[in-house]
Design a protein around this ligand. Structure first.
Ligand SMILES: [Zn+2]
Length: 303
């Protein structure tokens, strides 16, 4: 028999599914009425209900790292799996932001646009965002302070989390990458020509996808942040930020869906390499793709 129980972290079914909010609870209860009890009575406590509402990613980060920039899923397919997330577009054509069900592209020139029909993504991670809860917004002077504060407030380090921070920022440093043409170069090389901007005093949404440390090679370990301003004119991959105030909502996930490529040469791709050092540099370098030689970010409005 199915049972519902409540503990400090939420409402659970006897099969181990945590029910995140009232809407889901009601949906689950409705599902119980439809499922024959004989079939599910055998489920062991703690058994996973695979695919219930997973965090979904298109391809794996190592594929992007070695320069596989052709689309693996269309944007409309991606939006069917989530309304909140981060990624990039085919041809590595800028940064991708999925917020409130709309996909935005931040081009290499910094211009923000709604992604057109027919575009696709070689790498993205999305969820259907339903907040599990809220946290006090930390007042921080840097992105590393934000990550440290959230890591303390959300100790579920082996689960995935989507984190939405609607904030007023004292400053934010963003980057985007330029569209590539085949034959593609590896991301570490391409990122050396990224554009970097710093903006002061603005409001907007930080979109964070936090992956466990053990996802190395498959996704970005730790927090991967993108940003979209309230007026949808400024955005990008976040390199640094200083937050004055805001609202933090989080959504924890224990189901994980990965869509792999279906390209004819996919079997030739060496995806098992340890590219973690290169990835760290690509994710956090402010310029030149090399942390040892930091370049001062330009203070320009990317328009
Ligand atoms: Zn990014």
């Amino acid at each position: 028999m199915h049972r519902l129980c409540v503990d400090g972290r939420g409402v659970w079914s006897s099969s181990g599914i945590r029910l995140k909010n009232m809407k889901r609870r009601l949906r689950f209860l409705f599902a119980l009425l439809l499922v024959p009890l004989a079939g599910c009575g055998a489920a062991a406590p703690g058994a996973a209900d695979l695919g219930s509402d997973p965090i979904t990613q298109i391809s794996v980060i190592n594929a992007l790292m070695i320069g596989r920039y052709d689309g693996v899923a269309t944007i409309s397919e991606l939006l069917r799996h989530g309304d909140f997330g981060v990624g990039t577009l085919d041809h590595l054509d800028g940064e991708l932001i999925v917020l409130d069900g709309t996909a935005y592209q931040v081009g290499g020139n910094g211009v923000v646009a709604v992604v057109g029909v027919g575009r696709s993504t070689p790498f993205a991670t999305v969820v259907r965002f339903h907040a599990d809860g809220e946290l006090p917004c930390p007042v921080v002077a840097s992105l590393s302070e934000l990550d440290a504060s959230l890591s303390e407030a959300l100790p579920q380090k082996n689960e995935f989390a989507a984190i939405r921070v609607d904030a007023r920022l004292a400053s934010i440093t963003l980057r985007s990458v330029h569209r590539q043409e085949p034959p593609y170069k590896p991301l570490g090389e391409v990122a050396r020509s990224q554009s970097v901007w710093t903006h002061d005093k603005l409001e907007g949404t930080l979109l964070g996808i936090r992956c466990p440390a053990w996802v190395g090679g498959l996704n970005v370990p730790g927090c991967h942040w993108h940003f979209l301003s309230k007026d949808h004119k400024i955005g990008g991959h976040v390199l640094d930020c200083s937050i004055e105030k805001g609202r933090v909502q989080y959504d924890l996930r224990r189901d994980w869906l990965i869509k792999l490529e279906n390209a004819p040469d996919y079997h030739k791709a060496d995806l098992g390499q340890d590219l973690s050092r290169d990835l760290k540099r690509v994710e956090s370098a402010r310029g030149g793709g090399n942390e040892a030689e930091p370049r001062e970010p330009k203070s320009t409005t990317p328009r």
